[in-house]
Design a protein around this ligand. Structure first.
Ligand code: AMP
Length: 302
């Protein structure tokens, strides 16, 4: 089963304690698609400008990624700049140039409309709703959002939440959305807003899953060096949704595996700048890290 992602393709300028890069390929849909393509066919709906090069397109080629929903518009590709402190969660956005992203109205190609697994990356909740209207009968709709939309478009966000199955957000967003500090209380409040399943990403501290009948926690993989945290959340989303689509199951056991697969992809992504690590990655390495996660969290009964 394939997965469809709608989100940004970007040029990122990044500064971390391990170096700087200018205008490298990034964006939520990019990281998502590279991660998901290890598990299933991945369809991308996004927009780029005329400055998007053949070389950048090649990054997606030779993988299970379909770019026929990538629109090329007059103008420049979305650009984003950020700087990280010693603590990888400590990120300052330096600039956001929306460019062609400003007037992005996602058009789902006819051939994508029967897609059963849908991931709405962080875009305006009205656009997330428009995408849902264009997809015939998805088995699973997962979405991301951010503080910007929680603050500015609460009404549209509330409508979006009512229509999705899985929400994937970080801990601060869960607190802000629910008005609760305690994450367990926050999670139940957010689930009551619509999504039956809630995934809370906590950076280095790992991930929490709250579903109807299950709760699960995966640790962050202990890494000596985080070279560039950009895209960890989207790589998580790609691994998570791509794996679920490949299994055709949404059981609690599969959701738990998907959380670990997402954590594997996020932890690998941050080992180099931008998409470099995912570009160079082998399937064997993905499986090896999955097994390391299992060893890391297994213990004997009393
Ligand atoms: P993450 O590190 O998972 O939060 O995702 C970072 C990616 O999101 C970068 O590659 C950016 O290009 C992209 N990004 C940053 N701000 C936005 C935004 N406002 N809308 C869409 N994508 C964004």
């Amino acid at each position: 089963m394939s997965v469809l992602v709608v989100g940004s393709v970007a040029f990122d300028t990044l500064k971390t304690p391990h170096g700087d890069v200018d205008n490298i390929l990034g964006g939520a849909a990019t990281h998502f698609a590279l991660a998901a393509s290890f598990f299933t066919d991945t369809k991308v709906v996004a927009v780029v400008g005329e400055d998007f090069t053949e070389e950048q397109r090649k990054v997606f080629e030779g993988r299970r990624i379909d770019l026929s929903g990538l629109e090329v518009s007059k103008g420049k590709t979305f650009r984003w700049g950020a700087e990280y402190g010693q603590n990888p969660n400590d990120r300052t956005t330096l600039f956001t140039e929306l460019n062609v992203f400003e007037n992005f109205r996602p058009q789902i190609p006819e051939s994508y409309r029967d897609c059963e697994y849908l991931f709405l990356a962080n875009i305006h909740p009205e656009l997330q709703l428009e995408v849902m209207e264009q997809v015939t009968k998805p088995r699973m709709v997962a979405a991301d959002t951010m503080n910007y939309w929680i603050e500015r478009t609460p009404e549209a966000l509330a409508r979006m939440l009512k229509q999705i199955d899985v929400l994937v957000i970080n801990d601060e967003e869960a607190r802000q959305l629910s008005g609760e500090q305690n994450l367990v209380v926050a999670a139940e409040k957010v689930r009551a807003m619509g999504p039956e399943t809630l995934v809370i990403k906590r950076g280095e501290q790992g991930v929490l899953l709250f579903s109807k009948d299950d709760r699960f926690a995966a640790p962050g993989y202990p890494l000596e060096k985080v070279i560039d945290p950009t895209g960890a959340g989207d790589s998580f989303g790609g691994g998570f949704a791509g794996y679920l689509a490949s299994c055709r199951s949404l059981s609690d056991a599969t959701l738990r595996q998907a959380i670990v697969i997402g954590s594997v992809m996020g932890s690998l992504c941050v080992e180099d700048f931008g998409t470099r690590r995912l570009e160079a990655l082998s399937r064997d390495k993905v499986i090896e890290r999955y097994r390391e996660f299992k060893r890391l969290t297994q213990f004997e009964d009393l």
